[in-house]
Design a protein around this ligand. Structure first.
Ligand code: C2E
Ligand code: CA
Ligand code: CA
Ligand code: CA
Length: 278
């Protein structure tokens, strides 16, 4: 009966809602994290495959929570997306990244780009305005900024996404298609997206050189990028075997633990200094 159901529900309430309560607590903490200044950016180098010279870095968000320490994005970004908090957090990330570009300008190699990940929620809003604002308030050179988008976030409303990407591109920032190969964008759309670069997903990179189909996919992606006039980068490069395969396949740029894990701003600035030509 309904009543028994209610009793049963009450009986199970504490254990059943442990996860939900923890999540609610996290959501509540997340709401205040920006005001409490608990977010920080880490930076992971991107390098020229052949020479190892730094070509840029990816900005990766971290949440330093007093009770829990450093919380990885996989644990809080989904909640930030569901609650819409990611829009304000994402705007903060953009502005901080632009600030770093200005702060580090003297130590940055020619062509160096700082890449910021965007969320689908930011794309649903007026992301081009957020980018314009971040560039204008910091005075950052738009050519130093790259935005990483995923295929799936572009396929939701393709025509609108193409319009947004055109407006972003017109501001002088670069656009990269992240996790390439894991989504389902057709070649037709790939040709229409005003992007500069494909980023080959780690799930393929981690299986080369031994897995034949992953090796074929990686080689085909590099050839596809070439024929479309796009740049290409491989993510998640952990071994010299993977690096050698990518170099031989003609992949100009790499990123991964082999070349450096994401590090806080001060450590990254030191890295920039140590790599600077004398
Ligand atoms: P992603 O954009 O695919 O970022 C790459 C992830 O792979 C990062 O995890 C990075 O630390 C990790 N990684 C880098 N090199 C290697 C490697 O050689 N091996 C392995 N196994 N992993 C590697 P992280 O920092 O935990 O970020 C996870 C995801 O969170 C990102 O995936 C991105 O989707 C999201 N994210 C991070 N920062 C932001 C942000 O500021 N905004 C938004 N919207 N999403 C973000
Ligand atoms: Ca990314
Ligand atoms: Ca990625
Ligand atoms: Ca990935």
């Amino acid at each position: 009966s309904k009543r028994a159901g209610r009793n049963r529900y009450r009986f199970f309430l504490p254990s059943m809602n442990e996860g939900a309560l923890e999540r609610l607590g996290m959501e509540e903490n997340l709401r205040h994290a920006l005001a409490r200044d608990e977010f920080e950016l880490h930076f992971q180098p991107k390098v020229d495959t052949a020479s190892g010279a730094m070509t840029g870095a990816e900005v990766l968000l971290r949440w330093r929570q007093p009770e829990r320490g450093l919380v990885p994005p996989a644990e809080f970004i989904p909640i930030a997306e569901e609650t819409g908090l990611i829009v304000d957090i994402g705007a903060w990330v953009l502005e901080q990244a632009c600030r770093r570009v200005v702060e580090w300008e003297d130590r940055l190699p020619a062509g160096f780009r700082l890449a910021v990940n965007l969320s689908v929620r930011q794309l649903q809003g007026d992301i081009d305005e957020a980018v314009r604002h971040a560039l204008a308030t910091t005075g950052a050179d738009p050519a130093r900024i790259e935005l990483e988008l995923t295929e799936s976030m572009l396929m939701e409303d393709t025509e609108r996404a193409i319009g947004l990407m055109d407006r972003l591109s017109a501001q002088g920032v670069q656009l990269a298609l992240d996790d390439f190969g894991t989504g389902y964008s057709s070649l037709y759309y790939l040709r229409r997206f005003p992007i500069h670069r494909l980023k080959i997903d780690r799930s393929f990179v981690s299986e080369v050189p031994n897995d034949r189909s992953c090796a074929a996919i990686v080689q085909a992606t590099i050839a596809l990028a070439r024929s479309l006039g796009l740049e290409v980068i491989a993510e998640g490069v952990e071994t010299t075997d993977q690096r050698d395969f990518l170099r031989d396949a003609g992949c100009p740029e790499c990123q991964g633990y082999l070349f450096g894990a994401p590090v806080p701003g001060a450590a990254f600035a030191a890295l920039l200094d140590s790599r600077r030509p004398q």
